[in-house]
Ligand binder design. Structure first.
Ligand code: IPM
Ligand code: MN
Length: 354
């Protein structure tokens, strides 16, 4: 029997549409001849749409997106400094709104240095870890405000929100992730020496969940120290779990270590399946190179692979990763366009069941 997956596609702005085109071509190729088909709906959202119509994320569109099984997301954001976008804050109104409203509490960002890919590090060793970044709380919650704006006495607060419920669910997901990996190691990262209130709650929750996973080795690192270890000894990491903002920063660093942000994939996961999860490359819209076939679609393609894993199609996800691995290994110094890389990955797809 054929299984139909309802896929919402949000190509977005800048290089988003170009890289999503390639991710979709790879998805079609990997599913070809199988019993899974994709039923896609494209949602034109982002800065461009906002400039045309004034809409960021209309309620009825959000409701329709919610009816899908998964979301493939490119990138959003217009040209930096465009005064017409100042009011809008598309990132908050669209990307973060989807993450928050769809309970994408586990923002999963793998960092693998594939063979043949040059790292910025001289001697990186075997880099293969995954960051589970909390996705719905922390300083991203939007809790704060200003007083006396524009005056010398201006006050601005940005309150980090941490709930026991929210921390426990992401910590639990990280333990499950560690359980599924051979090394069974979890590092939780915070700043408990300074952020004592949230830090103490995170610590108690990690300790209590850890008791249920006796075979996972757990350690702790302050976030500042974690940046040093990530550069000096990335192989020491297996699974990292951390707060939303720490995770944002650490995963850009991880992107650089893993061969560049053009290869960095992510999944905004709702592990409970109450809303569709959303898969997106970590890079942004890069308006300076948009429309020129200069963007590397690998991060988007790998994100599509994560999507297949999440949908229970990990054999197909593995075939995408194998194809990317083969492409990267043979890439050398050649410079290729966006769709040429898509072609090359498709050509490297292993046979089904091979
Ligand atoms: C990311 C991005 C977003 C974030 C921005 C665009 C809101 O940097 O996905 O890492 O901060 O989460
Ligand atoms: Mn970021």
């Amino acid at each position: 029997m054929t299984r139909t997956i309802k896929l919402a596609v949000i190509p977005g702005d800048g290089i988003g549409p170009e890289v999503i085109t390639e991710a979709n071509r790879v998805l079609d190729a990997v599913l070809e001849g199988g019993d899974v088909q994709l039923d896609r709906t494209v949602f034109e959202l982002g800065a461009e749409r906002y400039l045309k119509t004034g809409d960021t994320l209309p309620e009825d569109e959000q409701r329709r997106i919610a009816e899908h099984d998964a979301i493939l997301f490119g990138a959003v954001g217009g040209v930096p400094g465009d005064p017409r976008l100042k009011q809008a804050n598309i990132e908050r109104g669209l990307l973060l709104k989807l993450r928050f409203d769809f309970e994408h509490y586990a923002n999963v960002r793998p960092c693998t240095l594939f063979p043949g890919v040059e790292s910025k590090l001289a001697d990186p060793g075997n880099v293969d870890f995954v960051v589970v970044r909390e996705g719905t709380e922390g300083p991203y919650a939007g809790n704060g405000g200003t007083l006396r704006p524009g005056t010398p006495a201006e006050v601005a607060t940005e309150v980090s929100v941490n709930t026991a419920f929210g921390v426990e669910r992401v910590v639990r997901h990280a333990f499950e992730t560690a359980q599924s990996r051979p090394r069974k190691k979890l590092t939780w990262v915070h700043k408990t020496n300074v952020l004592v209130h949230a830090g103490s709650m995170w610590q108690r929750i990690v300790e209590s969940v850890a008791a249920e996973y006796p075979d996972i080795a757990v350690d702790y690192m302050h976030v500042d120290a974690a940046t040093i270890f990530m550069v000096q000894d990335p192989p020491r990491f297996d699974v990292i779990v951390t707060d939303n903002l720490f995770g944002d920063i650490l995963t850009d660093l991880a992107g650089a270590i893993g061969g560049g942000i053009g290869l960095a994939a992510s999944g905004n996961i709702n592990p409970d399946g109450t809303f569709p999860s959303m898969f997106e490359p970590v890079h942004g819209s890069a308006p300076d190179i948009a429309g020129q076939q200069l963007a590397d679609p690998t991060a988007a393609i790998l994100s599509a692979g994560l999507m297949l894993d999440h949908l229970g199609l990990s054999a197909e996800g593995d075939r995408i990763r194998d194809a990317v691995r083969a492409d990267l290994a043979s890439r050398g110094a050649q410079s290729r366009g966006t769709s040429e890389i898509g072609d090359a990955v498709i050509a490297q797809l292993p046979q089904r069941g091979a």
